[in-house]
Design a binder for this molecule. Structure first.
Ligand code: PMP
Length: 383
C-alpha cells in the first residue's frame, strides 16, 4: 500500500462535475447514446422470463448463452475461440486485476506502452510490478525492440492497447501485430491485449487483433460491452489459453464469485434482440463527428508548438505541447476558465512527460467541444 498514491488530478477534476465546466477529462462515453429503451426492454424480458434465475448466484465462468455470443463475436473480429475459452468478467478492468494477480510477484516486470492506461498501471502496481516501457514511435510499439527487453528484464507479460490507445488514440498496424505475436511465440512472452475501443472505428478499416496471429497460445484478449452498450453494466470478458483461463477463474471466484447474473442476461437479451450493431454504428458516427469538430477547432485556435494525434476511432486524442509546458499547472488555470483535461504525466509508468494533455471528445456535444477548445486555446496562447 505504501507504493500507491492517490491521484492529485482526481482532486482537481472533482470540480469538473459542475455543469458549467466543459470537461475533456473523463473517459466517459456519450450518455445520450446509451440505448436506455432497449436495455429497459431487455431487463423487463429477463425478469419476466425466469426472473429468479437472473437474481440467483451463478457460474463464475459466466452466463452460457452470453459466452456463446461472445465466441461468435470473436470470430467476427478475426479470432477463433469457443465459449469455453471465454471468461465473463466484471468489466474488462477486472481482467487487468486478475491477470496482475495471476502473473505478478513483487518486483516482476511488465512491458508497456509509454504512456499507457492509468488504471492498468494502478492494477499492476498493486501487485508491486516494475514497469519497463517499450520504445514507441508515431504508430505504436516497435516490436524489434522487444527481444532485447525480454533478455534483459524477463517480463511476465506485455500489456498493450492496440486500437485507439488510451491515452494517445494511436492504432498499431497489422504488420506490427503479426510481429508481436511471432515474438511472443519465439520468446515465450505472454501478451495481454486490451481492446475496449476496437469497435469504435469511424475512419479507415479494421485491423485484426494481435490474438488473430496467436498460433502459440501466448495472447490473452480482453474486451468489454462498456463502449458498445454501456459501462454501468460492468460486463466484459477475456479469451485466454486454457491453463491461464483456469487460473483467472480461480482468482475471479475469490474476487467476486461471478459477474452480476442479471447484468449478463440483460446484455445477452439486448444483444440478441434488435440490431445492436446498428446502434454501434450510431456511436461511431457521433464520435467521428466529435473528433472532426475537436480537430478543426484545435487547428483554428491552438498556437504554434502544439501538435496532436488523429485517431481513427475511440474517444481520446493526445496533445504534445512545447517542452517547457507544465500541463498540471495549465489544468489549474483551465479549471478556473471552466474547461478541463487530463495532464499526461500520470499515464507514464516510466519517465514522466509534463508537456502532454489527453482530451476526450466522446462526452461533449459539438457545440461544447468548440467552446471548450476556444477556452483552452486562449489559455495556451496567453501562456
Ligand atoms: N482498458 C482500457 C484501455 C480502458 O480505457 C478502460 C476504461 N475506459 C478499461 C480497460 C476498463 O473498461 P471496463 O472495465 O468498463 O470494461
Amino acid at each position: 500500500m505504501q507504493q500507491l498514491r492517490p491521484s492529485t488530478i482526481r482532486e482537481i477534476l472533482k470540480v469538473t462535475a459542475q455543469p458549467e465546466v466543459i470537461s475533456f477529462a473523463g473517459g466517459l462515453p456519450a450518455p445520450e447514446l446509451f440505448p436506455v429503451e432497449a436495455v429497459s426492454r431487455a431487463a423487463q424480458a429477463v425478469l419476466a422470463d425466469g426472473g429468479s434465475n437472473a437474481l440467483q448466484y451463478s457460474e463464475s465462468e459466466g452466463y452460457g448463452p452470453l459466452r456463446e455470443w461472445i465466441a461468435t463475436e470473436m470470430a467476427r473480429r478475426g479470432v477463433r475461440a469457443s465459449a469455453q475459452d471465454v471468461l465473463v468478467t466484471t468489466g474488462s478492468q477486472q481482467v487487468l486485476d486478475l491477470a496482475g494477480k495471476a502473473f505478478l510477484d513483487p518486483g516482476d516486470v511488465v512491458l508497456t506502452e509509454n504512456p499507457t492506461y492509468l488504471a492498468a498501471i494502478q492494477a499492476f502496481q498493486a501487485m508491486e510490478a516494475r514497469f519497463v516501457p517499450v520504445p514507441t514511435d508515431a504508430i505504436g510499439l516497435v516490436p524489434e525492440e522487444i527481444p532485447a527487453l525480454i533478455a534483459q528484464h524477463r517480463p511476465k507479460f506485455l500489456y498493450t492497447i492496440p486500437n485507439f490507445q488510451n491515452p494517445t488514440g494511436v492504432t498499431l498496424p497489422a504488420d506490427r501485430r503479426e510481429k508481436l505475436a511471432r515474438i511472443a511465440a519465439e520468446h515465450g512472452l505472454t501478451i495481454l491485449e486490451d481492446d475496449p475501443y476496437g469497435q469504435l472505428r469511424y475512419r479507415g478499416s479494421d485491423v485484426p487483433p494481435v490474438k488473430h496471429w496467436d498460433t502459440a497460445g501466448r495472447v490473452l484478449y480482453a474486451s468489454t460491452f462498456s463502449k458498445i452498450i454501456a459501462p454501468g453494466l460492468r460486463t466484459g470478458w477475456v479469451v485466454a489459453p486454457h491453463e491461464v483461463f483456469l487460473k483467472l477463474l480461480m482468482l475471479k471466484q475469490a474476487s467476486d464469485l461471478h459477474t452480476s447474473s442479471f447484468d449478463q442476461r440483460v446484455a445477452h437479451v439486448y444483444l440478441t434482440s434488435g440490431d445492436p450493431m446498428a446502434h454501434v454504428a450510431k456511436i461511431r458516427a457521433a464520435y467521428g463527428e466529435r473528433f472532426g469538430v475537436m480537430d478543426a477547432a484545435l487547428r483554428e485556435e491552438m498556437p504554434k508548438g502544439f501538435s496532436w494525434t488523429h485517431p481513427e476511432g475511440g474517444m481520446f486524442l493526445w496533445i504534445t505541447g512545447p517542452k517547457e509546458l507544465d500541463a498540471l499547472a495549465l489544468l489549474e488555470k483551465a479549471v478556473q476558465r471552466k474547461v478541463a483535461f487530463v495532464p499526461g504525466r500520470d499515464f507514464f509508468p516510466g519517465d514522466a512527460g509534463r508537456n502532454y494533455l489527453r482530451l476526450n471528445f466522446s462526452n461533449s456535444t459539438p457545440e461544447r467541444i468548440r467552446e471548450g477548445v476556444h477556452r483552452l486555446a486562449a489559455l495556451c496562447r496567453e501562456r
